[in-house]
Design a binder for this molecule. Structure first.
Ligand code: HEM
Length: 386
């Protein structure tokens, strides 16, 4: 586990659920307080954190940063797409093809290998088409710069980040503008936004938002689960046995529970940010206008649970109170891609364990940025179906 996470767990070990640094930055690590903040957020008393301001250059007209009526309007236009039943067969075919592209034995680097896979899956779901080349490296660059921009928003030191972010927007524009012009993408979200009269800047912002929000998160979650299953081999065996259920278009509570348990221990969106518009009071805690509130699912998921550090998917079939499970947030700004994420991970896990035998895995490093990401390799061989 990274030093940062260890330190955060240590300083929040005991206490009331809020750890305040320098009067202005508040780390929330208890579910009941987080839910109250998200309730007030829904009522319009908060905005996305002031530390996210620099990101407006990149995705200011996209769902993640919009607020008020523009946010509701965008959400209304995009919602049907995110709720559509996905074509299981075509998702499976993408994962199978991604696996066929690798040799029959070798090493896979996580999450690099799965980032590419989930980029293809998000392309299929949102654009109903292959994404043009160039998305994957640009997304990587964006994730790294976004982490720096958020940090700069907290510390106040931006070191020429604005011009770097502007250059990045221009690179995205070069990729996305031809997609807006071409009719090929009219059946996906781009078409929906064009019909709703969105401006080019709005469409570009939404495309960057959904690609950034929708592939590294799912890829990281999938990778964390692969890492966990190497430690908990009995659960891996259950997944392997359940895979045919998903592959034939059904639902598997064992696989769903395993994904939820992975998301509980390693929520990719491990922290999200809010700032109050006026002072708010929750219990004994006061958060003043423009303070930065950091809600951490990572810490909440490791506080409010029984034996929180244990990976135990079966807990999800017991009678549990899920109010302290917030990997997708809650309220008006709950992750719009939640159902897509669950389906992509389910299909990826099922095809992966149907096709691949993991021979060994390396030690796992934890990378803490905008997204909580593991880094490890596996030695694999293709499963012998004969
Ligand atoms: C395991 C995968 C995922 C996780 C853990 C996750 C988590 C989250 C969280 C916590 C938020 C709220 C952030 C905040 O309030 O500051 C969010 C928002 C969002 N997510 Fe996801 N997400 C995932 C997958 C996806 C996918 C697949 C998509 C797109 C297809 C997506 C698109 C979005 C968008 C557009 C928002 C902004 C929603 C709004 O503010 O109205 N996410 N996500």
């Amino acid at each position: 586990m990274s030093i940062i996470l260890r330190l955060l767990q240590y300083i929040t070990k005991n206490g009331e659920g809020v750890y305040t640094v320098g009067n202005k930055i508040h780390l929330v690590y208890k579910g009941n307080i987080a839910l109250e903040i998200l309730r007030l957020d829904q009522a319009g008393s908060l905005r996305k954190g002031v530390n996210l301001r620099l990101l407006e250059i990149l995705i200011g007209k996209g769902l993640l940063l919009l607020h008020g009526t523009s946010h509701s309007q965008h959400r209304m236009v995009l919602k049907p797409f995110f709720q559509k039943t996905q074509n299981n067969q075509s998702l499976q075919a993408i994962v199978q093809h991604h696996i066929q592209e690798i040799p029959s034995t070798g090493t896979l680097i996580f999450p690099t290998w799965s980032d590419e896979l989930f980029m293809k899956l998000i392309g299929e779901t949102l654009f109903e088409s292959h994404l043009p080349h160039g998305f994957e490296p640009l997304a990587k660059k964006t994730l790294s710069l976004a982490t720096k921009a958020i940090l700069a928003g907290v510390t106040g030191f931006s070191w020429g980040l604005q011009s770097k972010l502007q250059d990045l927007v221009n690179e995205w524009k070069l990729l996305i503008q031809p997609m807006i012009v071409s009719n090929q993408f009219d059946i996906g979200i781009i078409g929906a936004m064009k019909s709703a009269g969105f401006s080019e800047d709005e469409i570009i912002s939404e495309v960057i938002t959904s690609i950034m929000a929708g592939h590294e998160t799912t890829s990281s979650s999938f990778s964390w689960i692969v890492m966990l299953l190497e430690k908990y081999k009995h659960v891996k065996e259950l997944i392997r046995l359940e895979a045919p259920v998903i592959l034939s278009g059904g639902n598997s509570s064992i696989i769903k529970n395993t994904i939820k348990e992975g998301l509980r221990l390693y929520p990719p969106a491990w922290i999200y940010y809010r700032s109050p518009l006026t002072s708010i009071h929750i219990g004994q805690h006061t958060f003043r206008k423009n303070d930065i509130i950091l809600i951490s699912p990572y810490l909440i998921h490791r506080h409010d649970w029984e034996e929180p550090q244990k990976f135990r998917p079966s807990r999800w079939s017991e009678h549990i109170d899920p109010s302290s499970f917030i990997p997708f947030s809650r309220g008006a700004r709950v992750c719009i891609g939640q159902a897509i994420a669950m389906r992509h991970i389910e299909v990826a896990l099922s095809v992966f364990y149907n096709e691949i035998e993991v021979v060994s895995s390396s030690r796992c490093k934890t990378n803490v940025g905008v997204v909580l990401r593991p880094a490890f390799n596996i030695e694999y061989r293709r499963a012998n179906h004969g």
